[in-house]
Design a protein around this ligand. Structure first.
Ligand code: NDP
Length: 450
């Protein structure tokens, strides 16, 4: 009988050596390998075919310079990447992130996670991620436009509707996707569904803007129902106030939950009585249209208190939904949430929980669902946008929302099926990793040595 922890250590030693300093990538791989190693040890064909080694090595990484001109006439240069991680089950698909913290490790972790997430949706999509260390904050629309046009001038040769279909992520929303798409059409002289998250006027899908947040709440409801609980009446602590956070908050409110926090990188707004519809609309306009700070939300409403530099996790709540960025919820926060009575954590962001905090939750203390399952609704509706583009059709809001809800239920079902422990509990991390892994692994097995 092979000792799993010895094998895991051996595998991770090699991976760390091949990918030095890439700590986020190492973290993401270790979590998945922990879940799937028992399967690969049980199945000789996976081992003989080097499936784990192949799935942890990106197909390719494209690195390029993006030169652009600021409003003062200075030339600036940023670095950009497209990590095409794995296209065993479909064309590469995954977002673009613009944030000063972006580096190769972060994009490799995101591309790796995306491969499993896309597999979980049941749609034919491979995994990729890209972006740049460009900081859009404080930049004018014209500066962002020049940056996006310059980035696409290089990226257009590496993407295509059957090759690689990027979308948005942190710092890349409607405005950036429109600039990128416009430049793609100018360069290629044809309309193609080569990006998702497009405006509905030019090939975008209904509900794509809302999809990640809505999907996260649909998943959360399934998880609570499975545990004999319900979302209605629960207090929800949400971090972030961007795309995922905003629409998770909206759907949670529609389902009768009370949203008690929103945040940004400056601090947290505490809303003791729960977010109202008017307040939600204020934050949406503040963030989506004026690109303002969450502190302004607290200045406007007496019942909202802003605490600079604080995270939401000290608040009394039933459910935590981290929707900002990686590693934002640490062990001390996990302990505090548990002490304050939280029963569930649903990751809206990608890998927002540190390994120590995640181990604490998974130790049976708090229901815990990983981002690759919870936030898969975004890419699922991107997949539906791709289908609509291919058919030259545009589905109604109701139809897309119904499909999204169905997909999230199916993902939840797969997590339950693969994640049930001998004791009858559900380990959602193992469930998501194993279900996502099997499909990609079997495709790779069939292809032989590619
Ligand atoms: P947005 O750019 O719309 O919003 C990000 C939010 O998180 C902002 O409130 C931002 O605050 C905050 N944030 C970002 N970085 C940090 C940081 N280092 N520290 C503290 N706060 C931070 O991004 P999205 O909502 O699109 O993405 C959020 C998360 O969800 C990411 O992990 C992303 O990968 C994941 N995701 C997104 C999907 C989508 O469809 N958009 C799909 C699946 C996953 P500030 O403005 O101050 O920076």
């Amino acid at each position: 009988m092979t000792d799993i922890s010895t094998e895991l250590n051996k595998f991770m030693r090699g991976l760390r050596k091949r990918n030095p300093y890439e700590t986020e990538f190492q973290q993401a791989v270790e979590e998945v390998v922990q879940s799937v190693l028992p399967i690969t040890l049980d199945h000789r064909e996976y081992r003989d075919a080097g499936i784990l080694e192949r799935m942890t090595e990106p197909d390719r990484i494209i690195i390029f310079r993006v030169t652009w001109e600021d409003d003062e006439g200075n030339f600036r240069a940023n670095r950009a990447w497209r990590v095409q991680f794995n296209h065993a089950i479909g064309p590469y698909k995954g977002g673009l992130r613009f944030h000063p913290s972006v580096d190769q490790s972060i994009l490799k972790f995101l591309g790796f996670e995306q491969t499993f997430k896309n597999s979980l949706t049941g749609l034919p999509m491979g995994g990729a991620k890209g972006g740049s260390n460009f900081n859009p904050k404080g930049r004018s629309d014209n500066e962002v436009m020049r940056f996006c046009h310059s980035l696409m001038s290089e990226m257009h040769r590496h993407i295509g509707e059957q090759v690689d279909i990027p979308a948005g992520d942190i710092g890349v929303g409607d405005r950036e996707i429109s600039y990128l798409f416009g430049q793609y059409m100018r360069l290629e002289n044809r309309w193609a569904g080569v990006l998702t998250g497009k405006g509905c006027a030019f090939g975008g899908s209904a509900v794509r803007t809302e999809a990640t947040g809505y999907g996260a709440v649909y998943f959360c409801e399934e998880m609570l129902n499975e545990a004999g609980e319900k979302l209605k009446g629960k207090r929800l602590a949400i971090s972030g106030s961007g795309n995922v956070a905003l629409y998770a908050a909206q759907k949670a409110m529609q389902e009768g939950a009370r949203v008690v926090t929103l945040s940004d990188s400056d601090g947290t707004a505490f809303i003791t009585d729960g977010l109202t519809e008017d307040q939600w609309e204020f934050v949406r306009e503040l963030k989506e249209e004026r690109r303002g700070r969450i502190a302004e939300f607290a200045e406007k409403f007496d019942a909202v208190e802003f605490k600079e530099g604080e995270k939401p996790w000290g608040v009394e709540c039933d459910i935590a939904m981290p929707c900002a960025t990686q590693n934002e919820l640490e062990l001390e926060h996990a302990r505090e949430l548990h002490k304050n009575g939280a029963i569930a954590v649903c990751e809206g962001a990608n890998m927002p929980t540190t390994p120590e905090a995640s181990a604490f939750f998974r130790d049976g203390k708090v229901l815990f669902a990983p981002g690759k399952a919870v936030n898969a609704g975004g890419v699922a509706v991107s997949g539906l946008e791709r289908s609509q583009n291919a058919m030259n059709l545009s589905w109604s809001r109701e139809k897309v929302d119904e499909k999204l809800c169905g997909i999230m239920k199916e993902i939840h079902g797969k997590c339950v099926e693969e994640g049930r422990t001998d004791g009858g509990e559900i380990d959602y991390v193992n469930g998501a990793n194993i279900a996502g892994f099997k499909k990609v692994a079997d495709a790779l097995l069939g292809y032989g040595a590619v």
